[in-house]
Ligand binder design. Structure first.
Ligand SMILES: [Zn+2]
Length: 410
């Protein structure tokens, strides 16, 4: 069982938040709470509604406007963006956790890292930049877009590394191909990946490493409104270490909305309560991420945080004729075919119940679009997931921005 702070200490933290936040007074009442588990869960939808009603930061600000020194915005991958305010203490906490985790993954003074995450309001840009600087590496604040110029710059600085989403590699590759170049021509050393799932899959990781000639690291899992970086892997590469135990109280919910003990092998939606947050503290916040505890035992690397993986998102769970299916779960199959790039998108109707499901899957070469490959894929997916797919093979899947969306409802 995961060791966390005591109930009395937790209650004191929560009551302090309630006393400073009209949002929680409205949600929980003014009465001092002594039964943490009786408090209703908090959803992102509630925060978004509150910010819409009380712009810009909503009524859970819980600090003076004068104490805010940084404003970010969530990426809006799953719904509207949420404004995030941070005090100096909040920022220090986030960047300290970030630096510790980037060091864990191996980033060091010898690295020159192109940070190719969006600097336009997103924490993956500037805040991760600060965290990475803490490792002593030289950070190039590149951001997204201007990919041609990125290629020219990296060519002038061989042995550099990149920090980006795995799907951004496809954007760079397209530009390289147009120049008659291959991914390996960039002579990149390390790929630090985050903000998207995928690297936890060994086939997907191997594919990237072989094609780009790099060592690929699962370097950055986080939730912007919680802590922008919560986990990274160590040299064992067998799961992410949790790096925010001092900052968060954790709970896990099963699909029946029941709390389950946090032990090795436990799997459920991650629910978090901030322990030290000054601006916009969250209490029993349902993150929507399905967390799987790999092990609470100590690791050969000596890092203290437990090991976990992310299995998908609650809001991406589809029920196809009685079978629960996560779009992320197709990745291991799609990554295992040499004819495929590893990129794909699952498409279902907006209306429930969902009677049919299709997948757009990207091939490396047009010549691979043939009946035999289609039949093999349909059969393998049916056997492993018990779901009948319509498969569409395509030469190119267009991603908007640098984050891929695995699920599209039409
Ligand atoms: Zn480790």
């Amino acid at each position: 069982m995961l060791k966390q702070i005591g109930r009395m200490e937790l209650t004191a933290v929560v009551n302090a938040y309630i006393s400073m936040s009209p949002f929680y007074q409205d949600k929980y009442g003014l009465v001092e709470n002594d039964d943490f588990e009786a408090l209703p869960f908090l959803s992102k939808h509630e925060l978004l509604e509150d910010q819409k009603k009380y712009p810009p930061f909503g009524t859970n600000l819980a600090c003076s406007q004068e104490d805010i020194i940084r404003i970010h915005r969530t990426s809006g991958t799953t719904n509207s963006p949420l404004l995030i305010a941070m005090t100096e203490t909040d920022l220090q906490q986030v960047t300290n956790i970030g630096t510790t985790l980037f060091k864990l993954v191996g980033m060091c003074t010898q690295d020159t890292v192109f940070n190719c995450l969006n600097y336009n309001m997103w924490m993956g840009g500037y805040t991760d930049h600060q965290s990475m600087e803490g490792t002593g590496a030289a950070i190039v604040p590149y951001g997204t877009g201007y990919t041609d110029s990125l290629i020219e710059l990296i060519c002038k600085m061989p042995d550099s590394s990149i920090h980006c989403t795995p799907s951004y590699l496809s954007v760079i590759k397209d530009k390289l191909v147009k120049r008659g170049l291959k991914p390996r021509d960039l002579k990149l050393r390390n790929g630090f990946f985050g903000a998207e799932a995928g690297l936890g899959n060994p086939e997907f990781r191997k594919k990237i490493e072989n094609e780009w000639g790099i060592e690929a690291f699962n370097a950055n899992y986080g939730i912007s409104e919680v802590i922008s970086i919560l986990g990274a892997e160590c040299s064992e590469k067998d799961g992410l270490h949790f790096g925010a135990s001092e900052a968060l109280y954790l709970e896990l919910l099963n699909s029946d909305m029941e709390l389950i003990p946090i032990t090795s092998g436990a799997k459920g939606e991650l629910v978090v309560t901030h322990l030290k947050k000054q601006a916009q503290p969250l209490i029993r916040y349902r993150t929507g991420d399905i967390f799987e505890i790999i092990s609470l035992d100590s690791c050969a690397c000596q890092f203290k945080g437990f090991k976990f993986s992310i299995s998908g998102r609650v809001d991406q769970m589809l029920n196809i004729k009685g079978v629960n299916f996560y779009p992320e779960s197709l990745r291991s199959i799609v990554s295992s075919y040499s004819e495929l790039t590893g990129n794909y998108k699952v498409i279902v109707s907006k209306e429930e119940p969902i009677n049919s499901i299709s997948a757009l899957i990207e091939v490396k070469q047009k010549s691979s679009i043939h009946e035999e490959l289609l039949t093999r894929l349909i059969k393998e997916i049916k056997v492993s997931h018990n779901v009948s797919f319509e498969i569409i093979l395509t030469e190119k899947i267009d991603f908007v921005g640098n984050k891929s969306k695995l699920l599209e409802r039409v």
